[in-house]
Design a protein around this ligand. Structure first.
Ligand code: ZN
Length: 141
């Protein structure tokens, strides 16, 4: 039997799927051929690696994992953190709004004044300008 034939049949032979007399011929070739013996050894190692990958999950693993997971927070703890978030959001929002409007107005907290002025500043001829300054349009006409 030639090396090429032996190596093509090695996987099946190692899985004991080779019938006689072919199996005996393969074994005899491996006795005498170091190249094919090395090939057979590589197949055996590959089988071993694959067998290790398929190792079953150790019993008792699931309860161990579950026991290490943090317990769910109770309802009142969740309500408390929600309330804290709301207070923080309102406080921060108010502070940020004050900082945003104060420098633009030049004095104190007058956001509504800024808003009013902003809406007065319509481009000439726009609907907003017509509604805000009807007298200007009359004088230009
Ligand atoms: Zn050989």
């Amino acid at each position: 039997m030639e090396c090429r034939e032996v190596q093509e049949r090695l996987s099946a032979w190692l899985d004991q799927e080779t019938a006689e007399p072919e199996a005996a011929a393969l074994a005899a070739h491996l006795e005498s051929c170091p190249v094919c013996r090395r090939e057979a050894e590589a197949w055996r190692r590959l089988d071993q690696v694959l067998a290790d990958l398929e190792a079953p999950t150790p019993s008792g693993l699931a309860p161990q994992v579950l026991s290490r997971l943090p317990r769910r927070r109770s309802r009142w703890q969740r309500s408390l953190s929600l309330a804290a978030s709301l207070v923080l959001g309102i406080t921060l929002g108010g502070a940020l709004a004050g900082n945003f409007f104060a420098p633009l107005n030049g004095e104190g907290n007058g956001g509504e004044v800024l808003a009013f002025e902003a809406f007065q500043d319509f481009p000439q001829g726009s609907l907003g300008h017509l509604l805000t300054y009807p007298a200007d349009e009359d004088s230009q006409a």
